[in-house]
Structures are given as C-alpha cells and as structure tokens.
Design a protein around this ligand. Structure first.
Ligand code: AMP
Ligand code: MG
Length: 417
C-alpha cells in the first residue's frame, strides 16, 4: 500500500476509500476553530468589524439639558394663562447658542433666546418655540401656555452613563460608529481579522488579466476566493501562481504565516495532486474527500495553528467547498455568524431534483415566476452556471432529491431580497 512517511495512505490514482459527511466536516470546524483575539481599531477604520467586548458608555449624551427647538427658554409656570388674546410678557435677558451658553440664571419674568442644541439656562425648565411667541423691543409676548420640560432634551436622554450600547459580536454599522464617537470613544476593541493566504496551483493556469491561449486557461479561483474572503471579513493575500511541483507547493505552505491557507487545485487523487500528501506529512490532513457534489475532492487539515483547506480546482467545486467549509472557518475566526451568509427564501421547485442518498448536492437554481428552476447544465467546471443561477439548494445527505412542486430553501447569491 503506498503510504508516505507519516503513514498517510497515498490515494493518488486510486480514488477515495471513503468520504466524510458534510455534517462531520462542519462539526470538526466548529470544534477546532474559535474566534481570534481582540485588537484596538480606530473608529474611522472600524466599519463592518466585529465588536470583541461589550461597550459601555462612560458619559451621558447629551451631557447637559439642551433645547430641542429654536425659541425662548422660560419658566413654564410663567406661561400659564397665556392665550392668543391674552399674551403674557417676559423680558429677554440674553441668548444661549450651541456651544455658547447663557452665563447667568433665569429669574422671574425673564426669558433667554435659545437655539436648538443650546444649553437650557439654570432656572429655565421649558423652551417656547418661536411659532408661539413674538419678540418686540427686548420683550417676548407669549400666546400659548407651555408645560414644564417641554422642548427640553434632558441630560442622558440619548445615552445614560453606564449603559451597554453595543454587545460583543456586533458587526459595526455606520450609525454605531457615530454613536461611539458621540460617547467620546476614539477606538474600539474588535476581533482581529483572519489573514488568509490563497495558493493557486496548476501548470495550465495563466494569471488573472491574461487572455486564455492554446491549452492554457486563466485562473478564475484566486480572484473569486479573494472576494469571498473579503466578504467574510478576512484579509486575503493571493500568492503568485504555483505550478504542480511538490517542492514549490511545500515551500509555499511552509512559508505562510496566515491564519488560514486556501490551496486551490491538486486536491484530489490525480498524479499531480500533491497538496493532500504534503499536508499529511507537514501537519494533519483531517479530512480528504467529502460526500458532496460538486466538491467531493476537498481536504481539510491543520498546519500548526493554521487551518488549511484543499479546494478543488474546478471553479464551481471551489466555490462550493469554500462556502461550506473554508468560509465557515473564516467567519468563525473573525467572530462572525458561521452559517452560510446568504439570504434564504422558500420556493417550490419548478422541476424535480435527483440526488443520491449518501451525499449532499449543491444544486444551482434560477428563480422564475416564484419558483426555483434547477439549471439543466450543472458541471463543476462551468462557472457561468453560478452567474446564471440566482442561488442554490442543498439536497441533504439522506434525500433522494425532491419532486417538482416541493418547497425548498434557496440560498440566494445576491443579498438583495
Ligand atoms: P484540479 O483540481 O487541479 O484537478 O483541477 C480540476 C479542473 O479545474 C481542471 O480542469 C483545471 O484546469 C481546473 N482548474 C484548476 N485550477 C483552476 C483555477 N485556479 N481556475 C480555473 N480553473 C481551474
Ligand atoms: Mg490541477
């Protein structure tokens, strides 16, 4: 039996002996992959990052009583009895502007002209809007009674000191950043972003930007994977294309310092498929071969603390294996929800889907007239099927497929509903 130094059974040119269940791969990842450590991130860079620890406010917002309208700061009780035909008079003793408060204290019979957002002077307890007042010769005539507290924003009405404003796990929204800024926060503790090295192997490949030529094809996986990693909150680094040469792949695997290594191509049991044996020798090849179509020649393992994913070169398989396994790992490392990041919709199938018991099928579908139509063409090598499709359906392991009309869960590629 062809075994390597580490005792790894060399499956090249033999085929997989048995395949792992998709659910077992998911379980393995959930057991072994945990959130990375926290780091400080300056607010301007923190959008879409994941909050690592609850954030409590140390201050009150606003920190003072402020006017909610343009008008006059008054003692409400002095307006009682005012009406359109019986206006009451108050003497204007000064102004309160945003950032420039009235210095004194309001006494009986007095009012202070005040603008929205300005501090309400001591002694005043309401703001009378300009609309119900008329000013003439240093006097304001009030034509409507006003209740205490009216049009005054109380201290801490937005945020009380000590309140938890964001909890760990929150993916920062633009308005979260604004709120943090209002609390006087300059940086926030966030989960470190997973660093992901992308190694693309294949003698036949030309770099992105080339024209396909002769028997050579252009690498489509690096750019797709980099975009997927970015979507999942990781920092992708694409290494220069690697030929199918054992020593070069070995060197690239050894020199990576990323948290996750994605290796595309050469993941199966062909003559040029070096990555599985290398991973088994260098670290741990925990999974090789998954009961999943496409993407059955997928490997998962570990190299020191690093998670390694051996992704099939066929682009659809590569996408499928990334989403189900590598993406899950990256999302977990980054403290994000690990499940597939697609919106789902329940729709009846327009035609039947056949599947074999014992494996999960990734079925590309179009959504038409409120029904999910499985694509007729579904090869793993045809990436355009995933651009024509609106999403995919996962047929569970124990299912023989679904009849037409069965309501299925469609994972939509696009985020928009
Ligand atoms: P492999 O997994 O290396 O056996 O490759 C399986 C199929 O996918 C072959 O037809 C390859 O030419 C193709 N392939 C491998 N890598 C890529 C890539 N990066 N981009 C596009 N196609 C690829
Ligand atoms: Mg190859």
């Amino acid at each position: 039996m062809p075994t390597t130094r580490s005792g790894f059974f060399d499956v090249r040119m033999r085929g997989f002996r048995d395949r792992a269940e998709v659910a077992d791969v998911v379980r393995l990842l959930d057991e072994r992959i945990h959130s990375l450590a926290a780091e400080d991130c300056a607010l301007p860079e923190a959008g879409t990052r994941v909050v690592a620890a609850d954030v409590r406010s140390e201050v009150a917002v606003p920190g003072f009583e402020r006017a909610a309208m343009d008008g006059y700061a008054v003692r409400a009780e002095e307006s009682f009895g005012a009406g359109p035909y019986s206006p009451l008079e108050l003497r204007i003793v000064g102004e309160s502007m945003p950032g420039r408060p009235f210095a004194g204290r309001l006494s009986a019979g007095q009012a202070v002209r005040i603008m929205t957002g300005s501090p309400v002077p001591a002694g005043a307890d309401a703001v009378l809007p300009f609309e119900v007042a008329r000013e003439e010769g240093g006097v304001v005539f009030i034509s409507e009674a006003i209740s205490p507290g009216r049009h005054v924003g109380r201290r801490g009405e937005d945020v009380e000191p000590g309140r938890t404003v964001l909890t760990a796990g929150r993916v920062l929204r633009p308005q979260d950043l604004g709120l943090l800024a209002s609390l006087g926060v300059a940086s926030v503790r966030v989960v470190r972003q997973p660093r992901v090295d992308i190694l693309i192997t294949g003698d036949e490949l030309l770099p992105v930007g080339s024209k396909p030529e002769g028997f050579r094809i252009v690498d489509s996986n690096s750019i797709m994977l980099a975009a997927l990693v970015k979507r999942d909150g990781g920092e992708a680094r694409v290494a220069p294309l690697l030929p199918d040469r054992r020593e070069l792949i070995l060197e690239a695997m050894r020199s990576s310092e990323a948290d996750v290594l994605l290796i595309s191509g050469g993941s199966s049991v062909g003559q040029e498929d070096h990555a599985p044996a290398l991973l088994a020798e260098l670290g741990e090849l925990a999974i090789h071969g998954v009961a999943l179509r496409p993407a059955s020649p997928t490997g998962v393992g570990f190299l020191g603390t690093r998670a390694v994913f051996l992704l099939p070169g066929n682009p659809v398989s590569c996408l499928c294996a990334y989403d189900l396994f590598a993406g899950r790992c990256i999302r977990r490392l980054g403290g994000r929800v690990p499940d597939l990041p697609y919106r789902t919709v329940s729709l009846p199938l327009a035609s039947k889907v056949a599947s074999a018991v014992g494996r999960v099928d990734y079925v590309r579908v179009r959504i038409q007239d409120g029904r999910a139509e499985p694509l007729a063409v579904s090869g793993a090598s045809m990436l355009s099927t995933t651009t024509i499709a609106d999403g995919f359906v996962l047929v569970p392991r124990d299912s023989e497929g679904f009849p037409a009309g069965e309501v299925v869960t469609v994972h939509r590629y696009d985020d928009a509903p």
